[in-house]
Write a protein that binds this ligand. Structure first.
Ligand code: IMP
Ligand code: MG
Length: 286
C-alpha cells in the first residue's frame, strides 16, 4: 500500500524471512455491537510471532499511531507488536548491508545464500582441518586474485596454530566455453620449490581456470599443491579439479559478495547473495 511497506517487504524477501501482509485486524472500539475502530498491523512474521507497524515521517501520524498501539497492547496483551519508525528502518537496512549501497544497486541483489555468521563458522572449520593436516609445517597460501582476497584474509587469521606464508597470483580470463584461456598476469614472489602450497579460490565454477593455475604452480616444483575454495558450484563443473577443502557447495546461480563480484561490484558484502534477474515481487494487496 505504501512505498516504505514495499521496501520493508523487499528486505524480508531478501533475507528469506516469511511474512504476511496485514493478515489480521484487531477491533479497538465498538458502538454497541458495531466495530468502529480497528488496527491492522502492516506485517506479521510467523517465525518471530511478531507484528510490525511501519510509520511515515509525519509526526502527527506517529503520535496517533502510538496512541493506537497503547490501546492495542491493553486489549491484546498476548500479541507482540512493534512500531517501526523511519530511523529504525534505515538502521535496519544499514545493519543488513544495504547502508552503503544506493537504491539502484540494491535492485541487483537476489537473496542471501549464506550469512556472514554461517561463512565465518565454516571458515573456522576449514582452518581447523588445515591446522591438523599441516601440523608442524609452514604452508604457503596462494590466493587467486581477485575473488579470493576476502576469504584468504579470514582464513589465514583462523589458522592460528601454524606458521604460514602468503602470496597471490592474478590471472586474466579470455573467451568462454571450451576456448576459455587463462593467462597469469601477476605471478607469485615467494619461491614455491619444495613448499606445501594451498591454492585459495573464492569460487570454483566450471573449473576451467583453476586447472591451468594448478599446472602453473606445479611447474614450480612445490612439495604439494592442494586447493581450498570457499564456494563450489559443482553442478557446473566441466574440468575435474580436486578440491581438498571446500566451504559450501552452491547451486548453479550467479552469486556475489564475500569477495565475489558482478562487474567488480559487491565484493564488499560480508555475506553471499544471488543476483536478481526479475523485479522484486509486488507487495500482496488486500
Ligand atoms: P571457472 O573457471 O568456471 O571455475 O570460474 C572461476 C572464476 O569465475 C572464479 O574465480 C570467479 O572469478 C568467476 N565466477 C564463477 N562463478 C561466479 C559467480 O557465481 N559469481 C562471481 N564470480 C564467479
Ligand atoms: Mg569476476
Amino acid at each position: 500500500m505504501h512505498p516504505s511497506e514495499q521496501e520493508f517487504a523487499k528486505l524480508l524477501d531478501y533475507y528469506n524471512v516469511p511474512y504476511l501482509y496485514e493478515p489480521r485486524s484487531f477491533p479497538l472500539r465498538w458502538e454497541g455491537n458495531r466495530v468502529v475502530e480497528m488496527f491492522s498491523p502492516d506485517f506479521y512474521l510467523p517465525e518471530q510471532d511478531q507484528y510490525f507497524e511501519l510509520t511515515t515521517m509525519k509526526q502527527s501520524l506517529v503520535t496517533q499511531k502510538n496512541r493506537k498501539l497503547r490501546h492495542v497492547r491493553e486489549l491484546y496483551p498476548e500479541i507482540n507488536v512493534q512500531l517501526l519508525y523511519r530511523r529504525d528502518y534505515v538502521r535496519l537496512l544499514g545493519k543488513y548491508g544495504y547502508g552503503p549501497l544506493t537504491d539502484a544497486e540494491v535492485k541487483g541483489l537476489g537473496h542471501v545464500l549464506f550469512t556472514q555468521e554461517q561463512i565465518q563458522a565454516r571458515v573456522g572449520e576449514l582452518a581447523r582441518q588445515i591446522e591438523q593436516d599441516y601440523a608442524g609445517q609452514t604452508p604457503v597460501f596462494v590466493g587467486v586474485l581477485r575473488g579470493a582476497f576476502v576469504f584468504m584474509a579470514d582464513l589465514i587469521r583462523e589458522v592460528s596454530a601454524l606458521a604460514v606464508e602468503t602470496d597471490f597470483i592474478s590471472v586474466s580470463r579470455y573467451g568462454g566455453g571450451q576456448d576459455r584461456r587463462v593467462e597469469v598476469i601477476r605471478d607469485v614472489d615467494v619461491d614455491l620449490a619444495g613448499q606445501h602450497v594451498i591454492l585459495v579460490e573464492g569460487i570454483v565454477d566450471t573449473g576451467m581456470s583453476l586447472r591451468p593455475i594448478m599446472q602453473h604452480v606445479q611447474a614450480k616444483r612445490p612439495a604439494s599443491v592442494e586447493v581450498c575454495a570457499m564456494f563450489d558450484k559443482r553442478a557446473r563443473r566441466v574440468v575435474d579439479v580436486p578440491l581438498r577443502y571446500a566451504g559450501f557447495e552452491i547451486p548453479d546461480e550467479f552469486v556475489v559478495g564475500y569477495g565475489l563480484d558482478h562487474d567488480e561490484r559487491y565484493r564488499n558484502l560480508p555475506y553471499l547473495s544471488t543476483m536478481s534477474v526479475v523485479e522484486p515481487k509486488p507487495v500482496p494487496q488486500r
